[in-house]
Ligand binder design. Structure first.
Ligand SMILES: Cc1cc2nc3c(=O)[nH]c(=O)nc-3n(C[C@H](O)[C@H](O)[C@H](O)COP(=O)(O)O)c2cc1C
Length: 168
């Protein structure tokens, strides 16, 4: 079973981490968890300060010229654009059910991507793959976010958090 997939094991790990530090404790969850809301609740009850959603998806990429795997140690973690809708949905489901701040991460490479996480309920947004490819991207994204706020009459991004309108 994947590490932390059982909410009771996850709670035990978080309790031990909580006892070991007074620093902010972010618990990062996998998008493959059978019930990500239950796991988020278990982490909250065990003392997490915040959640990070999501980690990579397991995948296999094949170099067809060499007939060998490309990622990690055979199979590996898939990051980037493919993760965006997965992470945004996890953020939406968890922030509606659990009263902890969420950092949305997975597939963000534009202000529009970051806004999807914010609208779904994240209060922080992280960037991995896209920022490794272009280290100046986060800085540009902040300017793009300011431009979006200007166009939409938004004075604080905090006002955007969780304001996704779900179809009736
Ligand atoms: C090269 C690389 C190394 C990573 N190492 C870790 C790690 O050590 N711990 C972790 O929780 N996530 C790790 N991740 C996952 C990222 O933190 C992030 O959750 C994931 O890549 C999705 O975001 P992205 O699409 O913006 O890259 C790693 C991702 C990449 C691409």
């Amino acid at each position: 079973m994947e590490f932390g997939a059982d909410p009771r094991t996850l709670a035990e790990v978080v309790r031990l981490a909580r006892a070991a530090t007074d620093r902010p404790l972010f618990v990062k969850l996998s998008p493959t968890l059978p019930d990500i809301v239950a796991s988020a609740r278990a982490a909250a009850d065990a003392g997490a300060d915040a959640l990070t959603l999501v980690n990579t998806l397991p995948g296999l990429l094949v170099d067809v010229e060499r007939r060998r795997p490309v990622l990690g140690f055979g199979s590996g973690g898939v990051s980037g654009a493919a993760l965006l809708p997965v992470g945004v949905l996890a953020t939406w489901k968890v922030t509606r059910a659990v009263d902890l701040p969420v950092m949305g991460v997975g597939g963000v490479s534009s202000a529009s991507d970051a806004l999807q996480y914010l609208l779904a309920g994240a209060t922080l947004v992280g960037m991995g793959t896209a920022a490794m490819r272009d280290p100046r991207l986060p800085e540009r994204l902040v300017h793009e976010l300011a431009a979006w706020c200007g166009r939409h009459g938004v004075t604080s991004l905090a006002d955007v958090v969780g304001t996704l309108e779900w179809p009736a």
